[in-house]
Design a protein around this ligand. Structure first.
Ligand code: NDP
Length: 291
């Protein structure tokens, strides 16, 4: 099947940039956003077409990137896609929802792929996102050409829901790195160690991580906490990971505790806050500031 039209639903922090890459590969790129002025602005800036939801879902490939699976389910119920199309859901969603949507859309001859992304807003802007895909492998073979413009890597990880499962586990691992590095830094601060110098050492040693390289100095030690990925969304991802573990009786004490810590941080901080500001809870507990 040749893809002639693509649509993007949800021009948030991620979707805005992801959709901006699509005109490189397609001339018919439809965008829809709940706050419609954002879609109009997108069309002006990136030569996409701001359109109604009903028209957007008539495209050959429809992308969604919304906060949770609930919003995706609501949108699909409100505006079902046409037979023969492929729905590529880039939301960090729930595996059970992916399985449900894949089944119900199959009955309408629509393929549904759970295709969450990783790489933050900077990766979306550069078009270098990691895309982890669950669902119908044949549909992915067709849809890949539409995913490619914003991807650095596209990996098929298994049946429907597998993409969402991998994403949830990835994000809770990222949270472990953030929280544990913050704990270590509180410990070093109490020893009057220069935290920037300590981070330099860690980044050249075995305790390094994506968080230690790309987030900690830039967002925490700077005390800037710029909002690019909301803490409540990270807490949502952690809950998806621990719910999966509960369903399968998988024992994972560190990840369970991390999920609880994120929930506490998310409940206690103003909304929206950047995910990195979860460490503010630890700063409060230790009566310190990581700067
Ligand atoms: P944002 O909050 O920036 O954007 C959310 C988008 O969803 C907006 O376009 C918003 O529309 C729309 N939306 C919200 N509620 C509804 C609704 N009820 N009906 C229709 N549209 C709705 O989120 P992000 O872009 O940060 O995140 C999107 C997904 O990507 C999430 O699942 C997140 O976990 C994941 N993700 C985020 C990353 C990041 O760094 N930000 C990185 C990787 C994954 P409106 O403009 O009207 O508010």
């Amino acid at each position: 099947m040749a893809i002639e039209s693509v649509a993007f639903i949800g021009l948030g922090a991620m979707g805005w940039h992801m959709a901006a890459h699509l005109p490189k590969a397609f001339s018919d790129v439809r965008v829809w956003n709940r706050t419609f002025s954002k879609a109009e602005q997108h069309a002006q800036l990136f030569s996409t077409t701001a359109t109604s939801l009903e028209h957007a879902v008539q495209a050959d490939v429809i992308f969604s990137c919304l906060p949770t699976s609930q919003q995706v389910e609501d949108i699909i119920a409100q505006a079902p896609p046409k037979a023969g199309s492929i729905w590529v859901d880039c939301t960090s969603g729930e595996p059970q929802s992916a399985q449900k949507l894949a089944q119900s859309l199959k009955a309408r001859q629509v393929a549904y792929l759970d295709a969450p992304v990783s790489g933050q807003t900077i990766g979306a802007e550069k078009g270098t996102l990691t895309v982890m895909v669950g669902g119908d492998a044949e549909a992915l073979a067709i849809a890949s050409v539409a995913i490619q413009p914003f991807a650095g890597m596209i990996e098929y990880v298994g049946q429907s829901g597998a993409g969402f499962a991998v994403k949830a586990v990835n994000n809770i691992l990222m949270a472990v790195n953030l929280w544990s590095l913050a704990e270590g830094m509180c410990n070093l601060k109490a020893q009057a160690v220069d935290l920037n110098a300590a981070l330099k050492c860690i980044n050249a040693s075995s305790g390094q991580s994506g968080i230690s390289h790309n987030i900690f100095a830039q967002r925490v030690l700077s005390q800037e906490f710029p909002l690019t990925f909301a803490l409540n969304l990270l807490a949502k991802d952690a809950k998806i990971a621990t719910d999966l573990a509960s369903d399968s009786n998988t024992v994972m004490p560190v990840l369970q505790l991390t999920q609880q810590l994120l929930r506490s941080a998310s409940n206690s901080l103003p909304q929206p806050s950047d995910f990195s500001s979860a460490v503010k809870l630890l700063e409060q507990w230790n009566q310190t500031q990581l700067s």
